[in-house]
Design a protein around this ligand. Structure first.
Ligand SMILES: N[C@@H](CCC(=O)N[C@@H](CS)C(=O)NCC(=O)O)C(=O)O
Length: 221
């Protein structure tokens, strides 16, 4: 039996959505974040050496890392249309967005989250000094990198309905979490209408809605 160990308000929502799209038979075990630290609870940490969501078990196999889990299930359901065949034009953007989701976009969003925490958390005597540093990091690296990424995504989505082409693929599932996070807290607004229209298409999909019913909607952190 496939078990999705779902951490509330986390990347594991993508796996619930994937399995709904695949029509897989699975069960869900839900875990709450530590209310003080927002980290996964101890019983989640026991599932895998890194203890990061998502973790999925399939019989004796324990899986972690969203992209690897998506590929595992696309191997297990080879007739699904969620992965373009090797050699097709759609395969190139599929692979790019599968990896860019966590590798490029999500890493910028996590950096932004920590910059914001650094700006707001320190006590008065050091707050101003910290803010001078974070402003520099935002100015020379973070804001231009994130803006380029949003512009690139918006341009790509002016040419196609989904990230890899005319049909939904695993790349869209991978991109859903960072796009929702970006729209919630990281300046992804109506300057990028094609991305927002894509997000509306995602949220209208019955399988996505079933995943949200099971796992809860994502909330901005
Ligand atoms: N690149 C990893 C990131 C995993 C990750 O950081 N997951 C977050 C949830 S969105 C987590 O487990 N946070 C709680 C914690 O670090 O304890 C993946 O996509 O699986």
């Amino acid at each position: 039996m496939i078990t999705v160990h779902h951490l509330e308000n986390s990347r594991s929502l993508r796996i619930l959505w994937l399995l709904e799209e695949l029509g897989a038979d699975f069960q869900v075990k839900t875990y709450k974040r530590n209310p003080k630290t927002n980290l996964a609870p101890e019983d989640y940490k026991a599932l895998h050496p890194l203890g990061k969501a998502p973790v999925v078990t399939d019989g004796d196999i324990t899986l972690a890392e969203t992209g690897a889990i998506v590929e595992y299930f696309l191997d297990k359901f080879p007739n699904s249309t969620l992965r373009p065949h090797i050699g097709t034009p759609e395969r190139i953007p599929y692979q790019y967005w599968m990896h860019a989701s966590e590798g490029s976009l999500m890493s910028l969003l996590v950096l932004g989250l920590f910059l914001t925490r650094m700006e707001t958390a320190p006590p008065f005597p050091i707050k101003q000094a910290v803010q001078i540093v974070t402003k520099k990091i935002r100015g020379f690296y973070h804001t231009p990198s994130l803006t380029s990424m949003y512009e690139y995504m918006n341009a790509e989505l002016s040419q196609r309905t989904w990230f890899a082409g005319a049909t939904l693929t695993g790349a869209d599932i991978m991109m859903s979490y960072p796009v929702e996070a970006a729209a919630g807290r990281a300046g992804l607004d109506d300057r990028y209408p094609n991305i927002l229209a894509w997000l509306e298409r995602v949220q209208a999909l019955p399988a996505y809605q079933r995943a949200v019913e099971t796992g809860g909607a994502l909330e901005a952190m």
